[in-house]
Design a binder for this molecule. Sequence first.
Ligand SMILES: [Zn+2]
Length: 868
Amino acid sequence: MRSAAILAVWLIPVVALAGPLAVFDGGRAAAIVKADGLQAEGLEAVRDLAAYLKRSTGAEFTVISEAEADPARHPVRLYVGAVAALPAADREALVRLDSDAYLVDITADGSAFLVGPQPWSTYWAVCQFLEDQVGVRWLFPGPLGEDVPEHERLVLPPWRQVYTPVLLSRQWSGDHHGGRWSLRQRLHARYRFHHNLVRVFDAERYYDEHPEWFPLRASGQRYRPQGEKDHSWQPCLASDSSVRHAAACARQAWAENPGLDSFSYGCNDGQGWCECEGCKAMDRPLTPWEGFEGTYSCRYYAWLNRVAADLETTHPENLIGCLAYSTYILPPEPIGLHRNVIPYYTSNRADYYEPEFRQQDQRLLEWWGRVAHQMGIYDYAYGMGFAIPRIYSHLFQEAIQHAVKNRVKGFYAEVYPNWGLDGPKLYLMSRVLWNPAVDIDALFTEWNQRLFRESWEPMAAYFRRCERAWSEQRTGRGHWAYRLAGDPRQFEVFPPAVLAECTGYLDQAAALAQSDLVRERIRFFRKTWEITLLLAGNYWAGHEVDRLVAAEAPLEQVAAALRRMADQVVTLDTDAYVRERVGNDPIAFHPPLPGWFEPLKTGADANAMRLSASRLSARVVREAVEGGRISADDLRGLIGRRLDEAFGTAGSENFRAYVARLRAMALKVAKVTRCDAPPAIDGRLDDPAWTGADVLTDFVRWGNTAAAQYPTRARLLHDGTMLYIALDCEQDTSALQTDAAPRDGSTWKDDSVEIFINPGLEALPYVQFILNARGAFFDLWGRKEGESYAERVGATFTCRWATQVEPGRWTGELAIPLSEFGCTAAPRTLLRLNLARNVQGKAPEISAWFLSVKAHADAASRGWIVFE
Ligand SMILES: [Zn+2]
């Protein structure tokens, strides 16, 4: 332990004939003596100590100040905080102790000192005392997760220990439903590292006076950022004044908040790097390594080194936090890193079940560990977006043990937990962060024994099986942080046999339970597991169709499988089911983002239909092209006939409903009408040319085949060179969300429409355009595998566009030069296209012309357009 030196100072020999501490004995309760000036968590420590001792013994524990303590009336005292009675040597040592460390000292003369140097660490001293000496456990949030043993008598022998964490900063986000639970697990943030340059270089305050701090664009203009949400840019890092200004920001923050001893220079969450000669001169692009990029590593960290050197002159011990991420995820080995920089390396350690990925990822962390003087790791321990247990405690422990050997001192994770599915996961994680060498198997067993008593063995078997399912999955792997979140493929982690085995353990546990409390705890996990059973069950019902489509099986076989799927799928209202099962219990199941739950709800059968429709139409189109019959009307007729032959019209109501939706999707073939007078690109759809064009409408909800609630109509024209698209989007326009930068910002987060065009049947190449309701535009060109996002978004087409907003709708027009991405408008040209509509606001909705299940970029989510 890092505290060895301090511990040695503190170790005082225990007197052999020590008197015990009578917390509660013969009906007499000890007094709780609080230090003067206790604040924040220190006051909660006093309240918690009194409350849990009362629950454990039934007695009232009075809380008094040190001045009120009377030796005759209060012979036994539990001191909380830095009281005057604390021995001088301890008071002195307290000042030198790490801010997260704390002392639990049950003295030989029958008192207890529970104290840390900070309010939160004092709180933890009380937690430690309640856990070790009273036996209290906070196993998951809420009353059901607490275990408080009852004591008729509570008399304790002397005990003294200083507790110090190995990881000095332990932080996660999205746990607010758990109340004080994470604090009780000793979570506390120390280092700042998140996206922050958008605030350091606040455009509203500084642009007019210092345009040179903002990025130079290819147009020769300095970009003016559009508020705090605009992350589509990085500052210009070439000027000395940008270094001085950035350093001054940290100094100001530290002066205003003396408790703060780090400051974040985390890059904005986008690209948009400066193109000035000064910035480019700082670049020493690193060769991409195993898919990781270092295009801007040297530029960014060289600048950060200068800021750190400036700050070191006044604050030699304060740390400079940042993210190691995106195009600067590779360590800047050629230039080194200032000793005060702490980069947080982002990765998805849940995927360490895949040995090759783990090795690769750990090699990069080791590389960082050689360049940086201290590191943090940034993780994705969700939770939300998953309707399956996602437990990987052993992989996590190994990852943290490896991390601390490579100078990792800080940990952060996005968690948004589903405690009802993940059981002991976060409890064990918090223990590992405090002490990576902890025996998590023993902790796991105790966690189960304390919660489930007579039923503990099948419950432990259940959670172990869930962890094994995660580590044995064959769904791929990835650096992509949100892999499988909101993706129905997550159900492949739990094949039908594993689902049945897990349910069996829960049944056994329920049969063994002998008290209402244990029954209720088992029900808490069972009710959440039933969400898994429903959604995974539906996924597997559709799986056979997916498999046959992927294997290019004859359509008749696909139809037979679809018939079986229609019989197996449980067609109940999933939202109502979830409400009924877990009620409003955000501890059991974190309220998911709609975009992360919709695809899970209907992902299986919707995906089966999407793939069937896509494959069927592609096959018919291929045959038609060979036969030379390619007009939109011909193709629709051929597809309809082929559908009838393969799927028939008879069958269960469910089956017929599926076929009707499949037909609607497969028939998404539209004509691109030739016009003599191109429309004026002004956003108004009043040009006569639009009148005769096909209307692309009947959008369906993302991840779903239900009709969209916000109508969208698109029309297509061409003049032999340009493709013209008209968009007509109905929605309340009184509070449109249009925050994206004018070009290549996060336009998809706005009220907007996305357009995808694939020239061929393959995933690549493809182009993507996005237009928001106020005319911000985005274009991207995916040409080949292995390109970076920056390369793809770096493509700039000479499009024209305009929008108009009126009450109840916004409209847009675009002119797209086909030849710039290798397409032509020759008659009978076929392209694959999809349109996705994003509606934000209070009732957000993503919808698409052709059903889209996960990423719109998935090439199977396309209808057809035929040039006239
Ligand atoms: Zn620059």
